[in-house]
Write a protein of this length. Structure first.
Length: 156
């Protein structure tokens, strides 16, 4: 039995070329941002996403499977990144006190510091970019991107 995903209600990709170009432009912006993040931080975007997830969503620690689910990647990839980041002393692993079979991952103080530095630079960069965009255009852009994200989340 073949499962078909439902089409998002907010976006009809066949109604006009401008919408397709919107999505392409979003992808181009995303790729450019990933390149800047990698260059500025010296860390691949996948590891940066893991660092961010640990810092913001799970400061107390989280399991590999939960991290993989939240990041939308497989557990083996998360395990590989965690192993590398542990060697760099950015994360630590610890056992669940109630269930010694479960391992958790948590940022180390060094990992928190790296994230805070990146977070600060990211906000400075965002402010710099926003200064080049008219306030009304910025408001419209945020509204449109929120609608696109909602349509994509509905599609998933």
């Amino acid at each position: 039995m073949k499962i078909q995903k439902k089409s998002p209600k907010s976006i009809n990709l066949h109604c006009c070329d401008e919408q397709v170009h919107l999505l392409r432009e979003i992808m181009r912006v995303h790729q450019a941002l990933l390149g800047i993040a990698n260059r500025e931080v010296g860390m691949p975007s996948a590891r940066l996403a893991l660092l961010r997830q640990l810092a913001i969503s799970h400061p107390e620690g989280v399991g590999i499977m939960d991290l993989a689910r939240r990041l939308g990647v497989n557990a083996a990839a998360v395990t590989r990144h965690v192993k590398e980041m542990k060697a760099e002393r950015l994360v630590g692993r610890f056992l669940d006190i109630k269930d010694n079979r479960r391992n958790y991952v948590k940022l180390t103080p060094e990992g928190v510091q790296i994230f805070e530095e990146f977070h600060k630079r990211a906000h400075e960069f965002e402010s710099l970019i926003c200064k080049t965009i008219e306030p009304d255009d910025l408001t419209t852009t945020i509204r449109v991107l929120s609608q696109v994200r909602a349509a994509i989340e509905e599609y998933q």
